[in-house]
Design a protein around this ligand. Structure first.
Ligand SMILES: NC(=O)c1ccc[n+]([C@@H]2O[C@H](COP(=O)([O-])OP(=O)(O)OC[C@H]3O[C@@H](n4cnc5c(N)ncnc54)[C@H](O)[C@@H]3O)[C@@H](O)[C@H]2O)c1
Length: 504
């Protein structure tokens, strides 16, 4: 389904980066219009969109807005018409970018933000000769744009506070992390850091110290893991011991302070060095196509990001904040009709929930259903605050049925019927849907416990009252198909066989 009142973005230049922007905007519910001078751009963007649909929505534990409409336009003016955000991602050539801004500004509204993906140019260079220079800012993303949250923002004197606020809120809206530079500088922050590492890596190959695979291992088995979660300064602060950063900076012989670097000299990219690096890279990674490497990269990034999410740290903290912001689910019974099963979950299947068979693996069903139980308990008032006061429900028994395959990126929705709420016991029945297709069910018996004595006790009167209200309403619902089933045979057949041995 496409959101008709969706906000509009235009992407000018739909290559690796423009395609990634298109995916991020569209999957966050924006309608996206794309203009590219190359006829093959649509095919390439569709491939990027396919990877993004499988990987991006599952970063969050709640459902994203309905995907926006994506359209391709030969005419640049048609693409930018009515767009709130226009992202230029044409090749890194200043004359070409100037030409494109002139065309954009003659057709877009004055209030639209024009972001440039430029990796190196300053906004003052980009806006040279522009009709409205303050409208153009650097919005520098990282590949793949649909998974990496950082966008470096470089504004100019004409940007203005109101526009800065809109840039901040728009990027937050699409789940990105805007990092505003204090002043403009060639290649912004991240690419300058990367340039330093790249330069040293080229020297290491050029001097025959290491090959490309060894350099990549030095990063991915080592400091790359630290950088992804703490960056550079926080990591080194720990290296300084209890006295922290001051100790590290002043300690004689502390490794970061030694003059090991080749300073600013780049090795000359002679034919020989190019050949050495390219053939080492072929030996290292040539068995994988670029498309395979992109899939591997996306799956690894999703695992890392979701891991950081459980730690509520770094990029994981941003994902959690976005979950809270976009979660539109009701928080209590008052906002719900009790005449049907209660909505207790809506989310995309994360890429790291897939198994070797290419579908959602068993234990993730329990995770999704467990989250639905938590959501149901929250609705009846057994939430974090209630648990902190000393009572909770423990799950005593679970029966899951896997009825149909579900793949990464699919939107799953769960609803919950209360089958029993008597004394200390509560029995719930969850159904998991992909669109109108029932893909799994789960039945759980839960027991109310006193967290001090760890023993089963009856729930207090106010919780019991809310449960009774749901139970009374749900008593009118038909018993769900599959409720009370034993493994391998539904309850009805079990009842028959309990009565006597099956004939034959
Ligand atoms: N590749 C990266 O990792 C990366 C990362 C961050 C930023 N960037 C920046 O993003 C920008 C685009 O880089 P890319 O890697 O996506 O390049 P790309 O070559 O993959 O894509 C550029 C696209 O622009 C199209 N194009 C060329 N002229 C055009 C025109 N006049 N109008 C409309 N479309 C036109 C091309 O057909 C192509 O599809 C550059 O400024 C680059 O510095 C790149």
């Amino acid at each position: 389904m496409v959101a008709s009142g969706a906000r509009k973005a235009a992407i000018i230049g739909g290559g690796v980066i423009g395609g990634g922007w298109a995916a991020r905007f569209a999957l966050m519910g924006w309608n996206v219009r794309i203009h590219d001078t190359d006829r093959d751009a649509e095919r390439r963007i569709n491939a990027i969109l396919g990877r993004a649909r499988a990987s991006m929505p599952g970063l969050w534990d709640v459902a994203l807005p309905d995907e926006g409409k994506i359209s391709f336009h030969d005419d640049l003016a048609e693409a930018v018409e009515g767009a709130e955000w226009i992202q230029e991602s044409v090749p890194e050539r200043l004359d070409l970018k100037h030409e494109v801004y002139a065309a954009i500004q003659s057709a877009c509204t004055e209030t639209a933000i024009i972001g440039s993906s430029s990796s190196g140019f300053r906004p003052s260079e980009l806006a040279e000769g522009a009709a409205r220079p303050g409208q153009i800012v650097v919005a520098h993303p990282f590949n793949p744009v649909y998974l990496i949250p950082l966008v470096e923002i470089v504004t100019g004197p004409g940007t203005g506070e109101a526009r800065i606020e809109r840039i901040r809120s728009t990027l937050r809206d699409i789940g990105a992390h805007p990092l505003f530079l204090r002043r403009e500088i060639d290649a912004h922050i991240a690419d300058r850091l990367l340039a330093a590492v790249w330069r040293e890596a080229l020297w290491l190959v050029s001097d025959g110290v290491a090959d490309t695979a060894e350099i990549d291992d030095a990063i991915r088995y080592g400091f790359g893991l630290r950088w992804a979660q703490m960056g550079l300064f926080e990591t080194y602060r720990i290296a300084g011991g209890e006295a922290g950063m001051r100790q590290l900076l002043t300690r004689l012989g502390a490794s970061p302070n030694l003059p090991w670097s080749k300073l600013t000299d780049m090795p000359e990219l002679t034919d020989e060095l190019v050949e050495t690096i390219a053939s080492q890279s072929d030996a290292q990674s040539g068995r994988h196509s670029t498309a395979e490497l992109e899939q591997i990269r996306d799956a690894n990034l999703v695992s890392i990001l979701r891991g950081l999410k459980t730690r509520d740290w770094g990029a994981g903290r941003l994902l959690n904040a976005t979950d809270r912001r976009i979660d539109g689910a009701p928080k209590g019974l008052d906002a719900l009709s009790l005449t049907g099963p209660l909505p207790t979950g809506a989310r995309a299947v994360p890429l790291d929930w897939s198994d070797i068979n290419g579908h959602m693996t068993e234990h993730r069903y329990l995770q999704a259903f467990g989250d639905a139980t938590d959501r149901f308990l929250g609705l009846v008032g057994c939430d974090a605050e209630y648990i902190a006061c000393g009572h909770s429900y423990f799950t005593a028994e679970t029966h899951i049925r896997h009825l149909a395959e579900i793949r990464a990126g699919a939107l799953i929705e769960i609803d919950t019927q209360l089958l029993l709420a008597e004394g200390r016991r509560m029995q719930v029945f969850h159904r998991m849907w992909e669109s109108s297709r029932l893909v799994a069910t789960a039945e759980h018996m839960l027991v109310h416990v006193d967290l001090g004595s760890r023993r089963a006790v009856a729930p207090p009167a106010d919780l019991k009252e809310r449960l009774d209200k749901v139970a009374a309403a749900h008593a009118h619902l038909p018993r769900p198909e599959g409720a009370g089933a034993a493994v391998g045979r539904p309850l009805e057949r079990k009842a028959e066989t309990d009565a006597g041995p099956e004939a034959g």
